[in-house]
Design a protein around this ligand. Structure first.
Ligand code: C2E
Ligand code: MG
Ligand code: MG
Ligand code: MG
Length: 292
């Protein structure tokens, strides 16, 4: 009887859901199924050394093609995954898939090249996260120095003490860490000094207005100087024009990623990029590189 009532109440509630809430619930249900049933895929976006144009890594980005609705915007489904907790299984699936693929490339002699996988704060908060990463590395065989994890400031600032410990645990596995979307959060400089990350990724919002936006120029210059004074690498995301690349190179920014070089592409397409850019022992000098 009580169960029956509960169900009625639920139906009553559902009938009064707004269109927007109904849509969210629909996508959440569909996303849960997609994670379980192989409905997701990953893309790779190359990252280049700005000084010599060599490919040094790639960012792994989740993609979801819904059978009826087509491609769903990552910002949209990642937000739904964060709100529902689905980001934990989604993130683990992406990490495993990326490691499997990178290990295939490594065995084929393509590289060396590091894959950068985005990690949500909800994943980092789980007590078993470091162990889960260790297990995926062990199962896939990918050496840990082929992996970089991208974390964001927001989570770091919410739980400063705990997050430093988790990041140190990850570092202990031998992988690299990058602070994503840097400049948009609110990390204090003293805190940044304590974070065991090796790379700052300057948020795309600053890069877009280079080299003409006065404030963006000042901020980007400051981030590169700050990063280097802390002995960190600095990567600019969202590089779209040669003028932006030139400007960033002039500042000594270490790495670049963006539509100028390549959009995120599927594994087969990325493999072609890897084949063209792999430095073979015999022909190191005529290795093709990014259009700088
Ligand atoms: P992000 O980690 O900052 O990733 C960079 C985003 O910028 C990607 O968007 C990429 O396609 C886009 N981008 C790269 N270069 C350019 C450029 O030159 N111009 C422009 N306009 N955009 C550029 P995407 O793939 O739509 O992903 C959006 C966000 O979704 C990511 O931002 C990340 O926060 C999140 N995301 C994607 N995949 C995952 C994942 O597997 N796990 C988690 N936790 N988050 C993910
Ligand atoms: Mg990222
Ligand atoms: Mg980013
Ligand atoms: Mg971003």
């Amino acid at each position: 009887k009580a169960k029956e009532e509960g169900r009625d109440q639920f139906c009553f509630y559902e009938a009064h859901l707004t269109e927007k809430a109904r849509e969210k619930l629909f996508l959440e249900t569909e996303l849960r199924a997609a994670i379980k049933q192989g409905g997701l895929s990953i893309n790779f976006q190359p990252q280049f050394d700005l000084a010599n144009g060599r490919l040094v890594g790639s960012e792994v980005l989740a993609r979801w093609r819904h059978p009826d609705r087509g491609m769903i915007e990552p910002t949209k489904f990642i937000a739904i995954a964060e709100e529902s907790g689905l980001i934990v299984p989604l993130g683990e699936w992406v990490l495993r898939e990326a490691c499997i693929q990178a290990e295939l490339w490594r065995r084929a002699g393509l590289g060396p090249h590091r894959i950068a996988v985005n990690v949500s704060g909800l994943q980092l908060e789980r007590d078993d996260f470091v162990a889960a990463v260790a297990r995926i590395l062990a199962e896939t065989g990918l050496p840990s120095d082929w992996l970089e994890l991208e974390v964001t400031e927001t989570y770091m600032m919410r739980q400063p003490e705990k997050s430093v410990r988790v990041l140190e645990g990850l570092r202990g596995l031998g992988l690299a860490l990058a602070l994503d979307d840097f400049g948009t959060g609110q990390s204090s400089l003293s805190y940044l000094k304590r974070l065991p990350v090796q790379t700052l990724k300057i948020d795309r919002s600053f890069i877009t207005d280079l080299p003409f936006g006065e404030n963006e120029v000042a901020i980007t210059r400051a981030i590169v100087a700050l990063g280097h004074s802390l002995r960190l690498q600095v990567l600019a995301e969202g590089v779209e024009t040669p003028a932006q690349a030139d400007f960033l190179r002039g500042l000594g920014c270490d790495r670049g990623q963006g539509y100028l070089y390549s959009r995120p592409v599927d594994a087969a397409t990325f493999e072609n990029i890897l084949r063209k850019t792999t430095v073979y022992p015999s022909g190191a000098d005529d290795t093709p590189s990014a259009p700088l």
